[in-house]
Design a protein around this ligand. Structure first.
Ligand code: NDP
Length: 295
């Protein structure tokens, strides 16, 4: 296969909202784009725009030297590719798996690919569908550097920022899990905050401008956390754990007084109390990282 073909054709397996966005961006960039989805019909709009709709995953992967997979999880990936016809058609080609799952599943997928002579890169998409094909998209990749370099021109058709995190195939998934941990705990916290506020007669609309102010406090705290967690030294000068635990207790009491579950905050307060119990109450809040995962 010539490098021209390598850089001008791509296959996308999985046409959920994200797979459709990826395939659409490849089409917009002028690549010959072959698509397949388990449930037929989801390729209609893409085919109207010029995509080739394959009748089977084996037909789809045979059309390009690079296949991008983006489905709900790695069980779905396995259901598609771990069949003789598809595995055989992928031999000598490369898979970029942009499906979200765990680092261990990424390592397992890489072992399967190596066993079958398939090039394998694992990746994660950190931004929503509307960012795909725009400079706002954020893509993380891990796996063999040479393979990444070779297929980077096709990945660049998606626009956005692409970062290769290293040869350890589990690294993109590790970042993904950690970053989604930030996202979902923040989302759960905000849903809880709106429930507590409503119980006190404060609407979500009234709360929103002040909530945005709280969010703006966080980026400098992330910088401070990076220093503290990596060095193992936690400054509690400005906000010691004793003070954090007291603030959390107010949230627990106010919630439960209105019959609102405070389980998440109780768990956070519990970790702060453990740190205090260990004699670390004058340290900063990020000390609880040591309780969660002692060095
Ligand atoms: P979903 O996570 O809902 O995935 C839908 C896709 O998975 C469809 O193509 C669906 O096929 C396929 N699928 C599910 N189960 C199976 C199975 N057993 N066998 C074969 N295919 C299966 O939607 P998205 O497209 O939004 O997400 C895809 C990936 O992208 C996920 O890992 C998600 O975490 C990630 N992502 C999504 C973002 C977003 O904004 N949507 C943002 C960042 C990452 P069918 O149509 O046949 O059901």
């Amino acid at each position: 296969m010539t490098s021209h073909t390598e850089q001008s054709a791509v296959t996308v397996l999985g046409l959920g909202p994200m797979g459709r966005a990826l395939a659409g961006a490849f089409l917009d960039a002028g690549l010959r784009t072959t698509v397949w989805n388990r449930t037929p019909g989801k390729d209609r709009e893409l085919v109207e725009r010029g995509a080739v709709g394959a009748l089977s995953p084996e037909e789809a992967v045979a059309a390009s030297s690079l296949t991008v997979i983006c489905v709900v999880n790695y069980d779905a990936v396995d259901a598609i590719v771990r069949r003789d016809a598809v595995t055989g058609a992928l031999e000598g080609r490369t898979v970029v798996n942009l499906t979200a799952d765990t680092p261990d599943r990424a390592r397992d997928a890489a072992a399967w690919a190596a066993e079958h002579g398939i090039g394998y890169l694992d990746g994660a998409i950190m931004t929503p569908t509307m960012t795909i094909g725009t400079p706002a998209g954020v893509f993380l990749h891990s796996g063999p550097e040479e393979l990444y370099r070779r297929h980077r021109p096709v990945l660049d058709a998606l626009s956005g920022t692409h970062t290769h995190l290293g040869a350890d195939i589990g690294r993109a998934a590790a970042y993904d899990i950690a970053l989604l941990d930030v996202f979902w705990t923040a989302m759960a916290g905000y849903a809880h905050a709106m429930a507590v506020a409503r119980a006190e007669g404060v609407t979500a609309r009234e709360l929103a401008p002040f909530a945005k102010g709280i969010a703006e406090i966080l980026p400098p705290l992330f910088e401070q956390a990076a220093e503290e967690v990596d060095s193992g030294r936690f400054s509690g000068e400005v906000n010691p754990i004793t003070s954090a635990a007291s603030s959390m207790a107010h949230i627990v009491h106010a919630s439960e007084a209105r019959g609102i579950d405070a389980g998440v905050m109780r768990a956070a307060e519990g970790m702060a109390r453990r740190a205090i119990g260990r004699g670390d109450g004058t340290d900063g809040f990020f000390q609880i990282t040591e309780i969660l995962n002692p060095r």
